[in-house]
Design a protein around this ligand. Structure first.
Ligand code: FAD
Length: 322
């Protein structure tokens, strides 16, 4: 018996959300009184892998097969399931990231496991294995009882603290036995669409809506985001009108995000928008209408005209940085 955590990398580095997942998996391993093993796929420096020990990993299975350099759902799921069998891991933990969302059900099928996607708390320890997760685009919570021997849990980013707990991990090379059927899809080339901070992983997000009046006014949004090292996002009507790319659209029908800070500028706060952003740690709303629904879920609110408030914020951030 053990717990296996999949540590996905972004260009050879681990993001904060991975340390959260490892800390979460370590807490489960402690509950079960067992060890925590990680599996890494792709080229990651051994110092990065050893460093996972700081968060509780005892051993890292390192897969460096060239065929697995790029993320392929089916192939990665096979490798992770194979590793789980090798290590007799009956709990597999991963991030509920873009790739985690595709992997969790596939690993679940391969291990005949119960799957809880989007977990936000540790499982209960009173005999039953119950995990709290989000449901209906964050509008509700579900308590999922996982009754099968094998379990797959994907953790919502930003819902578990990073905890340092351990010493450098040992690294073991792992040669998986992928079948040809795992490679029905092959990634030929990856072209970066932008050098900007990626929205799903961003810790800070500056987002704007129809209150900005038109695409020509996004200069100040970009400037504020650049100064803060934040990603930019927008409401649905803004991307529908082609003021901004669809990749920035957040909400029920767009991307769901949970950054540490979400600054919403000229966005009314419709329920469909909130569905994708309400699990942000801190929400700041700037709107000229004091009755805007967004203020009800805001941690900080500024009632004011975006065209006056945002330039002042830019000046304030510049002054802080000077
Ligand atoms: P508006 O509702 O027009 O609000 C603009 C806001 O800007 C107002 O509150 C106004 O007071 C404020 N404002 C105006 N001028 C200024 C100024 N100068 N300074 C400061 N504030 C100002 N929406 C999403 O965003 N994401 C989704 O995923 C999504 N999915 C949907 C799915 C369905 C099935 C449906 C029916 C709708 C969906 N919507 C979604 C649309 C949603 O219902 C709202 O219509 C939309 O979020 C409104 O966008 P907005 O807040 O930018 O615009």
């Amino acid at each position: 018996m053990s717990v296996l955590v999949y540590v996905e990398n972004a260009e050879g580095k681990f993001k904060k959300s991975i340390f959260e997942v490892v800390s979460y998996a370590k807490a489960i391993a402690k509950q079960m009184n067992t060890s925590l093993i990680a599996i890494s796929i792709g080229n990651v420096a051994s110092s990065e892998l050893e460093n996972l020990g700081k968060y509780g990993v005892e051993k890292v299975l390192n897969v460096t097969n060239d065929k697995l350099k790029s993320f392929i759902n089916q192939a990665y799921a096979s490798v992770i399931a194979e590793a789980a069998k090798k290590e007799a891991a009956n709990v597999v933990v991963l991030s509920n990231s873009f790739s985690g969302k595709g992997l969790a059900p596939r690993i679940g099928v391969k291990l005949e496991a119960a799957v809880a996607d989007g977990a936000i708390e540790l499982p209960t320890t009173d005999g039953k294995f119950i995990v709290k997760k989000t449901a209906f685009s964050n509008k509700a919570f579900a308590m999922v009882e996982m009754n099968s021997e094998n379990k797959v849990i994907s953790l919502t980013p930003n819902s578990h603290k990073v905890v340092e707990d351990g010493t450098p991990a040992t690294i073991e090379e792992f040669n998986s036995e992928n079948k040809d059927s795992d490679f029905k899809v092959i990634i030929k080339e990856i072209v970066r669409a932008t050098d900007k901070v990626s929205l799903p992983d961003a810790e800070l997000v500056v987002s704007a809506g129809r209150g900005l009046k038109g695409p020509e006014n996004w200069g100040m949004i970009e400037e504020l985001a650049n100064l803060l090292g934040a990603a930019t996002a927008c409401s649905k009507p803004v991307s529908d009108a082609d003021w901004r790319p669809h990749s920035e659209h957040v909400g029920q029908t767009g991307i769901a995000i949970s950054p540490n800070l979400y600054i919403a500028i000229g966005i009314s706060g419709a329920i469909q928008h909130l569905a994708g952003v309400s699990s942000s740690k801190v929400i700041v709303v700037i709107n000229k209408d004091p009755e805007a629904p967004f203020f009800k879920v805001a941690d900080y609110g500024i009632v004011g005209d975006a065209f006056e408030v945002v330039p002042k914020m830019i000046e304030a951030v510049k002054a802080l940085k000077a």
